[in-house]
Design a protein around this ligand. Structure first.
Ligand SMILES: [Mg+2]
Length: 368
């Protein structure tokens, strides 16, 4: 099979509740970038990448589009079923930009699954489940509002909640954590995610004032070194998220035991193939992790749950998808959605989602 055409699309995803607030930013709408790979068999594969704004990580929507345009012509004629060779070819066309390469990696997996008539999960080791645990992230807000949302999500069936904190006085964060714990304690696993927005001083304060509340601290500080250092000063386990910029950082932090787990993003590390490597490395050292992305529509959600379905259950911290915030996106007939705190893995070959191209309009660039 050969790639005969690559088309790049953009699509705006709107936050249904109006705003999604993190330490560095407040999001109302995001531009997602989609890729359609067409092959000489007539089969097509879809990929997607969607940084959650330009300040979450060193990635942004226009950067993804530029990187894809840089690589696309050089990939015409490549065999999309040889995904390792495809990565080698992408690396020969552009250094870095994993998040853009991820869109092509996801599309190649979708296409390969369709070619062999198997779901993507079967290409990467095989599914252990067809329903993966979801978790919900709660925007930073007042203690009362945060606790109210937490109780509502527990009632919906979520068994893991992530509270967004920081970007305000640490006492406000402490009050929010205590209010949530008081309301839902014991019913869920709590994660407190500062999105790299805290000073070490404030992380120590938060942890010591909440010593009686079990929770995971996710990426409290900006730099890897700060997170490694603060982990020695707190009682709570520290997971890394934004710092794991590539598989090399994952290997380093797992090998040196510099953290207790990961909030792991599929597109940040370069797509399904590198994420499968991360899964396997984490399994060797019994390191728990999520399988998420920072944002995105049905295509990214499908990629995440297919990988998630292959993770050893005791190490799997669940999958966050944007659907509870955005609603269905590209596949109106078979959207990827959270139901009662779990996300069914789409059925059928490839990713199992089929975008309605009428929603996307004309491609912004096309190569053949
Ligand atoms: Mg995070």
């Amino acid at each position: 099979m050969r790639i005969t055409n690559i088309a790049i699309y953009t699509h705006d995803l709107t936050v249904a509740q109006g705003m999604y607030r993190m330490s560095h930013s407040a999001i109302t709408t995001l531009q997602s970038t989609l890729v359609k790979i067409t092959s000489d068999t007539g089969l097509v594969g879809w990929g997607e990448t969607c940084p959650v704004g330009p300040v979450y990580q060193p990635q942004h929507a226009l950067g993804a589009q530029a990187a894809l345009i840089q690589m696309a012509q050089g990939l015409i004629g490549a065999d999309p079923t040889k995904i390792g060779v495809l990565h080698h070819r992408m690396d020969g066309l552009l250094t870095g930009h994993n998040y853009a390469k991820a869109a092509l990696d996801i599309a190649a997996h979708d296409l390969t699954g369709k070619f062999f008539n198997v779901p993507v999960a079967e290409l990467i080791g095989g599914a252990l489940t067809n329903r993966v645990p979801a978790y919900f992230s709660i925007s930073a807000g007042s203690p009362e509002a945060t606790a109210e949302t937490a109780a509502m999500r527990v009632a919906e069936g979520y068994r893991r909640l992530q509270l967004k904190i920081s970007g305000r006085p640490v006492q406000d964060d402490i009050a929010a954590v205590r209010a949530v714990a008081q309301r839902v304690r014991g019913a869920v696993r709590l994660v407190v995610d500062a999105n790299r927005g805290m000073l070490m001083r404030d992380v120590i304060e938060l942890s010591s004032q909440c010593e009686d509340i079990p929770f995971i601290l996710e990426q409290p500080c900006n730099m890897l070194e700060e997170n490694v250092a603060v982990r020695q000063r707190v009682r709570h386990p520290v997971y890394l998220d934004e710092s794991t910029e590539n598989t090399s950082v994952v290997l380093h932090t797992v090998g040196q035991q510099l953290c207790d787990g990961f909030g792991m993003k599929v597109t940040r590390v370069g797509g399904i193939r590198p994420m499968s490597l991360v899964r396997d490395v984490c399994q060797i050292r019994s390191m728990p992790h999520t399988v998420d992305d920072s944002w995105g529509g049905d295509i990214i959600a499908a990629a995440c749950v297919h990988v998630g379905a292959t993770v050893r259950p005791d190490l799997y911290e669940g999958t966050w998808i944007a659907e509870p915030f955005t609603g269905p996106t590209y596949d109106p007939r078979n959207p990827v959605r959270v139901v009662d705190g779990v996300t069914p893995v789409p059925e059928g070959p490839g990713l199992g989602v089929l975008p309605d191209e009428h929603l996307l309009g004309a491609p912004i660039a096309e190569f053949s």
